[in-house]
Design a protein around this ligand. Structure first.
Ligand code: FES
Length: 115
């Protein structure tokens, strides 16, 4: 973890060269509570770039997965699905979008979540 200035932190996720289009990478980031709890996040390499979201379903907080075959973010708990371009749910029980996570991508391809 790197201090991103102010109270913001940079959480290293991986290098863009090792995450091809259509693939995803999970990571953990601080939830921001006093106990130092971590939450899962999910980084996805779409055709038009990288996106990242909080990795817990907005229905009942199950961990979501990237489904490379459908190209959707999937919650296996109740078959909820989210659009990876927007984080919005379009099928199943979730009603709220996944929280988007800001990214910083260095010239050398290193990717950080900005929390
Ligand atoms: S917990 Fe994800 S669809 Fe219910």
């Amino acid at each position: 973890m790197v201090d991103g200035g102010g109270n913001r932190k940079m959480i290293y996720i991986g290098n863009a060269k090792r995450i091809p289009v259509g693939e995803a990478r999970k990571f953990l980031y601080p939830a921001g509570d006093e106990r130092g709890t971590e939450r899962p996040g999910i980084l996805i390499h779409l055709e038009d770039g990288f996106v990242a979201y909080d990795g817990l379903c907005t229905h009942m907080q199950a961990e979501v997965e990237w489904n490379r075959f459908t190209g959707k973010i999937w919650c296996t708990m109740h078959d909820g699905m989210y659009d990876p371009k927007t984080g919005r749910p379009f099928m199943g029980m979730p009603r709220e979008p996944l929280k988007k996570i800001e990214l910083k991508i260095e010239e050398n391809g290193e990717i950080y979540a900005i929390i």
